[in-house]
Design a protein around this ligand. Structure first.
Ligand code: AAL
Length: 427
């Protein structure tokens, strides 16, 4: 009897031990995912576990789960250009909206809007044949060259205003360059009235040359016309920006729509086999829902875009595998306005775009609105697959107090706050 009791006790002990062992053992992977926290070391690949939408996106929407490893994330650094004079910033000389930078004849070239007028812009009502309405009214396209990208030598006019009534007789501005089969093409906004008279309305015109130093011949036809009445680009085609992609000319542009003063700015695409057209607008236009000026470059097998300043997706870098369907790849800050990057493979029809590291951008209202004019400056970044600059990948920016206080409240805002305070006190 004693023996039986002993054996039973042993069996029970073994069973209890087995049960306790099972409950203490490591759970399976699935159980682990549900019961344990997200790993301390950020996994490089998307972990096989339930993820919040934010974490899912962090692995699927961006090229890498952290900005340091994201080739399409960068900070932007700025340098004053040497060699360009602005009449002490009195508003009578303006340089703005630079083109892409190209390298030719052993130097860098950039083209831009150049205004030199007896007064700063005075608005549409006061404008006349010599007084500009806006900063880009009564302008010409000029160019400068440089050996290092920091010191620039202005070379003078590239494209002047053609005679009335040709597109651009009032002003030619906001140009960009295409090199195609050994020839050079400058696309630009061709104004037929002073900007601001009705809106900032214009179509796109083009001039061509055998050398980046010109002489430039006006092609006396509009190459990208405004859209039909009632469509998003019926009034303005701004910032024409050509690239060579998929054996064709992919020309991106921006339009203002929805009516002043609620202007919305988005970007479209027009494609051609020939630099002088015909350009066919993409049926999915607008293809970028934000931004202001156009800044794009071949990247891997697609096209990347800096989306700057306006819209829901401002201050993002985006990518379209097919040059059409853009998606956000990074969110950044202090982006260069009207950036014209140096894009070595802009016209090589590449399927392996390498990215960009610098270019020329502009700052508008460089002094005061009374002396309204813009200046050109250099930006640097690391949006390149061939450069690895960890400083450009930092994402905690430190700005001095002055920088913040420059972004102060307006008078109207101060008054609103005062009124709110008074309301509370008199309750
Ligand atoms: C720029 C560009 C176009 C607009 C005006 C001059 O930043 O978007 O060129 O017309 O502003």
């Amino acid at each position: 009897m004693m023996r039986i009791i002993f054996q039973l006790t042993m069996y029970c002990t073994a069973i209890v031990y087995l049960i306790s062992c099972t409950s203490n053992s490591q759970p399976t992977n699935e159980v682990q995912a549900e019961t344990e926290g997200f790993p301390f070391v950020l996994p490089k690949e998307k972990p096989d576990r339930p993820l919040s939408r934010a974490m899912e996106r962090n692995y699927t929407a961006y090229p890498a789960p952290r900005p340091e490893h994201n080739e399409l994330y960068s900070q932007f650094k700025y340098t004053e250009l040497k060699g360009l004079d602005y009449n002490d910033g009195d508003g009578t000389i303006s340089r703005r909206d630079p083109s892409k930078v190209i390298f030719a004849n052993g130097k860098y070239y950039v083209w831009y809007t150049h205004r030199e007028t007896p007064t700063p812009p005075q608005g549409a009502d006061k404008s006349n044949d010599t007084i500009p309405s806006s900063d880009w009214d009564l302008a010409e396209i000029w160019y400068a060259t440089s050996e290092d990208g920091f010191t620039w030598e202005e070379q003078g006019v590239a494209v002047s205003r053609p005679p009335k009534p040709q597109a651009g007789w009032r002003s030619v501005s906001t140009t960009d360059i295409l090199v195609w089969e050994g020839k050079y093409y400058l696309y630009y906004q061709g104004f037929l009235e002073a900007s601001g008279k009705r809106g900032d309305d214009c179509p796109v015109a083009v001039s061509y040359a055998d050398s980046p130093d010109g002489p430039w011949t006006h092609h006396n036809e509009i190459v990208i016309p405004n859209g039909p009445e009632g469509t998003w680009d019926q009034y303005s085609i701004h910032d024409p920006y050509p690239l060579v992609y998929k054996d064709k000319i992919y020309l991106y542009y921006k339009s203002d729509f929805d009516g002043d003063p609620r202007l919305v700015r988005m970007q479209g695409l027009a494609i051609a086999d020939n630099p002088l057209g015909p350009f066919e607008k993409h049926p999915l236009n607008p293809v970028i829902n934000s931004g202001h000026e156009t800044t794009l470059f071949p990247y891997k097998s697609g096209i990347a875009a800096l989306v700057i300043k306006d819209g829901n997706e401002h201050f993002t870098v985006q990518y379209a595998e097919d040059g059409v369907n853009f998606e956000i790849k990074s969110i950044t800050s202090l982006m260069p306005f009207a950036a014209g990057p140096f894009v070595p493979d802009a016209f090589t029809n590449t399927k392996d775009g390498r990215g960009i590291t610098w270019g020329i951008s502009h700052i508008t209202n460089a002094t005061t609105w009374k002396q309204n004019h813009a200046i050109l400056l250099r930006f640097d970044c690391d949006l390149s697959r061939d450069v690895d600059d960890p400083e450009m990948k930092q994402h905690s920016n430190y700005y001095k107090p002055e920088f913040y206080y420059q972004h102060g409240l307006s008078k109207t805002q101060q008054e609103r706050i005062l009124a709110e305070n008074e309301k509370l006190q008199t309750k």
